[in-house]
Write a protein that binds this ligand. Structure first.
Ligand SMILES: *[C@@H]1O[C@H](CO)[C@@H](O)[C@H](O)[C@H]1NC(C)=O
Ligand SMILES: *[C@@H]1O[C@H](CO)[C@@H](O)[C@H](O)[C@H]1NC(C)=O
Ligand SMILES: *[C@@H]1O[C@H](CO)[C@@H](O)[C@H](O)[C@H]1NC(C)=O
Ligand SMILES: *[C@@H]1O[C@H](CO)[C@@H](O)[C@H](O)[C@H]1NC(C)=O
Ligand SMILES: *[C@@H]1O[C@H](CO)[C@@H](O)[C@H](O)[C@H]1NC(C)=O
Ligand SMILES: *[C@@H]1O[C@H](CO)[C@@H](O)[C@H](O)[C@H]1NC(C)=O
Length: 500
């Protein structure tokens, strides 16, 4: 004990002296002082005491109706490892089962019987149980540590009942029935239900492996114990040796005829404020929001691709800003979700082409900052873009243009979807179809900041460029309306976001 105190004093002195010297003699800019620092609470997924949460969304990122006996579709598995090597769980199964009508600390009266508001507040509550606010390393105790909460498993069904009146149109309330030419999947009343959720809280096995999972199905009447034929299924299982290596997150996603459009991602979301796709406070893992100078590192092994409709996102980045470049403030009529995704399924073609400029962004910017217009057929890299769509509330769009789906987000959205192509090589992204796909597991180090700062995103003329801050960074797949049952399976590890 005495020795420990002595060491602590020593650390204190060394740190203070160093800080003193640092402050007096070197005026290093903030960005350079933080070179190589992680933006995440758990850099590289190495922390034994895991923090992971689960969220399920309907087509427009809401809840609408909770699934029977499941509670609100938010849950978490967060624990610390005690000195005697037991896992001390911070979230109980009764916390995970909380649903409308059940009170918890901090719940507002208006949310008590509102499934959408309840889920938002439950996420904040789970975040408060899981929050890590101090560094676990004694020698780092002088560093300002920013609180962080959890990795987020996000599950979403694209089923959309145009007669149910559950989703706004570009953020505006829209009475049912909606008259749209878009062909949304829906088997009939109740097609936008929430899934079942089974949870195995993380256990420490005799061989020193820690293991746990979330799984379930959208087919509420099915018994997943009797095999998965004809039913939808999702699972995320995590595993790590205590004291060694890193967490590996093993994902499975299966569509069915009734649920042909499903998404499953592992997200690093902002620890406060809005993350990609929400007009309200969320909790997450990104304690510092990356802007232009950052890299994203992770290891990805894809075992099953999920069929030709599976838009497997090597990386998906999300944020929010207004068309005038100002940051989002929760006003769903003017806030716009911005997404960009690198799709690595080699079956997904470029819809953008010299004869389909409607699917291309107005221009491309090269790594040396040369702008190439999409009608410059000799130079525009058509094969690098799967699809571009513009926000439905943009007023000064350049024709021809395709507008993004106005329903599948609580506000208008803009999406830039990329495909492997030599022009992305400079940023460490795949340059050829098939790279990183089945049979080619890789560890990627992506210059996401460099690429994202050169992507086209719409802005009103003569407005100051938006400060692009990425509030969600994730990996996973969107099986975009399969015509038969499809299955995807992959594992993800080593995830980090490094500020340069
Ligand atoms: C291990 O430690 C925790 C608290 O640190 C305590 O609650 C638990 O009973 C201990 N378990 C054993 C087996 O000693
Ligand atoms: C739905 O839209 C189509 C084409 O835009 C139009 O012809 C039709 O009259 C509309 N139906 C209703 C009920 O508004
Ligand atoms: C899903 O979770 C349940 C309950 O934890 C478990 O029994 C089952 O093996 C898991 N996987 C499948 C495919 O059902
Ligand atoms: C799945 O559906 C097919 C076609 O409807 C049917 O022939 C088959 O028996 C079903 N399988 C199970 C296990 O229910
Ligand atoms: C920028 O790169 C392109 C090829 O990508 C090249 O043709 C062009 O000359 C370069 N421009 C400058 C200013 O270096
Ligand atoms: C290409 O598009 C720009 C507008 O983006 C236009 O000014 C120019 O005339 C077009 N060039 C050709 C050859 O069509």
């Amino acid at each position: 004990m005495k020795m420990e105190k002595y060491l602590l004093v020593l650390f204190l002195c060394v740190n203070l002296c160093f800080i003193g010297v640092n402050a007096r003699f070197f005026k290093v800019p903030w960005s350079r002082r933080h070179k190589g620092i992680s933006a995440l609470g758990d850099p590289g997924m190495k922390r034994d005491g895991l923090r992971i949460a689960f969220e399920a969304w309907n087509n427009c990122n809401g809840v609408a109706h909770e699934a029977p006996d499941t509670g609100s579709p938010r849950a978490a598995d967060c624990f610390d490892v005690s000195r005697n090597l037991t896992l001390l769980h911070r979230v109980s199964e009764s916390d995970n089962k909380l649903g409308i009508g059940k009170k918890f600390n901090g719940l507002s009266a208006e949310a008590l019987y509102d499934p959408n508001l309840y889920a938002i507040e439950k996420e904040l509550y789970l975040g408060s149980l899981c929050e890590v606010s101090k560094s676990s390393k004694p020698w780092q105790f002088l560093k300002t540590s920013k609180p962080w909460q959890f990795w987020m498993v996000m599950l979403k069904s694209g089923n959309f009942d145009t007669k149910a009146g559950l989703c706004p149109e570009n953020g505006k309330p829209k009475p049912a029935p909606i008259n749209t030419t878009m062909n949304f999947p829906c088997f009939g009343e109740g097609c936008m239900n929430q899934p079942t959720l089974n949870h195995q809280p993380t256990q420490l096995l005799a061989d020193g492996t820690m293991k746990g999972w979330f799984n379930g199905t959208y087919d509420l009447d099915a018994d997943i114990g009797n095999g998965l034929a004809n039913i939808s299924f999702y699972e995320v299982a995590w595993e790590k040796k205590l004291g060694f290596g890193r967490w590996v997150f093993k994902h499975k996603l299966k569509t069915s005829i009734k649920y042909p459009w499903l998404m499953l991602y592992l997200r690093a979301d902002a620890t406060k404020g809005f993350s990609g796709g929400y007009p309200y406070e969320t909790r997450g893992m990104l304690h510092t929001l990356p802007r232009t100078n950052f890299k994203v590192k992770f290891s990805l092994e894809i075992k099953k691709g999920g069929g030709p409709q599976s838009q497997f996102y090597l990386l998906d980045i999300g944020s929010c800003w207004k068309n005038n470049g100002k940051p989002c403030d929760g006003d769903v009529l003017t806030d716009v979700t911005r997404y960009s995704e690198m799709i690595i399924n080699p079956d997904v073609p470029a819809w953008c082409s010299p004869t389909q400029l409607v699917n291309c962004p107005p221009y491309h910017i090269t790594p040396n900052n040369t702008k190439i217009l999409r009608n410059d057929t000799a130079n525009f890299p058509y094969g690098a873009y799967h699809y571009y769509c513009a926000p439905g509330n943009a007023k000064y769009l350049e024709e021809p243009v395709s507008l993004c789906d106005p329903y599948s987000n609580p506000q208008a959205q803009e999406i830039v979807q990329l495909l492997p192509h030599p022009i992305w090589g400079e940023y460490g992204y795949p340059t050829e179809k098939g790279q990183g796909w089945i049979g080619d597991p890789r560890t990627w180090v992506l210059d996401t900041g460099g690429l994202a700062s050169r992507l086209y995103f719409y802005q009103d003329p003569d407005t100051l460029p938006a400060k692009r801050k990425w509030t969600s960074i994730d990996v996973g797949t969107e099986i975009f309306v399969s015509d038969k049952e499809e299955e995807a399976e992959w594992s993800l590890s080593d995830f980090d976001v490094i500020l340069l």
